[in-house]
Write a protein that binds this ligand. Structure first.
Ligand SMILES: C[S@@+](CC[C@H](N)C(=O)[O-])C[C@H]1O[C@@H](n2cnc3c(N)ncnc32)[C@H](O)[C@@H]1O
Length: 216
């Protein structure tokens, strides 16, 4: 990290504050979003089946926002819980899904014990991390996963270019080449199971990337 870069902690808190300010609007926007995204649902179903086949274990929806994805993971037969650093998001998630567990915390310093989880979903939750900080998030995901546990990453893909910042509506985010993110995850201790790229739909700007990885 250069002397002028903010710490990962400072970046994460600034991101969470930005989501705090728009939490209710964001929740409204994403509430039914997956209804129109069959490929995204297919990836989530494949993740859930892989976790169940490997013997399950709790699944962390890390950077869960208002909890709609946590609820979907539960509906797919998983013992899912959510973690987010935005108090407003956690409040919305708890109110919308009182039967599920949601924790306030940072996903680069999780409460979970080593090897406790069967699965981790990071659905657009590391897109705002500075590129040089993403390896430390992946290391934390590996720490909490049991060997053979699955990680699902969803992100904006860079379509042939390098890692590049863009003006995401909430706060600056980064688009990643799928090979670079897969390589970083490999270095962090994950083997690739598969990937899905889908082109932007109407109203979306960028290609979406999805990586399904297994912890070595
Ligand atoms: C783009 S939203 C995605 C929310 C949800 N996964 C979804 O798909 O709708 C990013 C979320 O990650 C959370 N987040 C970002 N960095 C975080 C961190 N270090 N720890 C916990 N949550 C974080 C934000 O507060 C926000 O709710």
């Amino acid at each position: 990290m250069s002397e002028s870069s903010p710490s990962p902690h400072a970046t994460a808190h600034a991101t969470a504050q930005a989501y705090n300010d728009v939490a209710a609007l964001y929740a409204e926007l994403v509430r039914d979003a997956l209804d129109h995204l069959p490929l995204d649902r297919a990836v989530l179903a494949a993740f859930a089946e892989s976790v169940r086949a490997a013997g399950a274990g709790p699944v962390g929806d890390l950077g869960c926002g208002p909890g709609h994805m946590t609820a979907l993971l539960r509906d797919l037969g998983l013992d899912a819980f959510g973690v987010d650093l935005s108090p407003a998001m956690i409040d919305l998630a708890r109110r919308a899904h009182p039967d599920l567990r949601f924790e306030l915390g940072s996903i680069d310093a999780l409460e979970s014990a080593d090897g406790e989880l069967g699965g981790v979903v990071s659905w657009y939750s590391v897109i705002h991390a500075l590129p040089q900080d993403v390896a430390s998030y992946l290391a934390e995901f590996r720490r909490v996963l049991a060997p053979g546990g699955h990680l699902l990453l969803a992100f904006f893909e860079s379509e042939g270019g390098p890692v590049v910042a863009f003006d995401h509506k909430v706060t600056t985010a980064y688009r990643w080449p799928v090979d670079d993110l897969a390589g970083l995850a490999y270095e962090a201790g994950f083997d690739e199971v598969g990937r899905m790229l889908r082109e932007p739909l109407e109203g979306e700007r960028y290609r979406r990337g999805h990586l399904l990885m297994r912890r070595r």
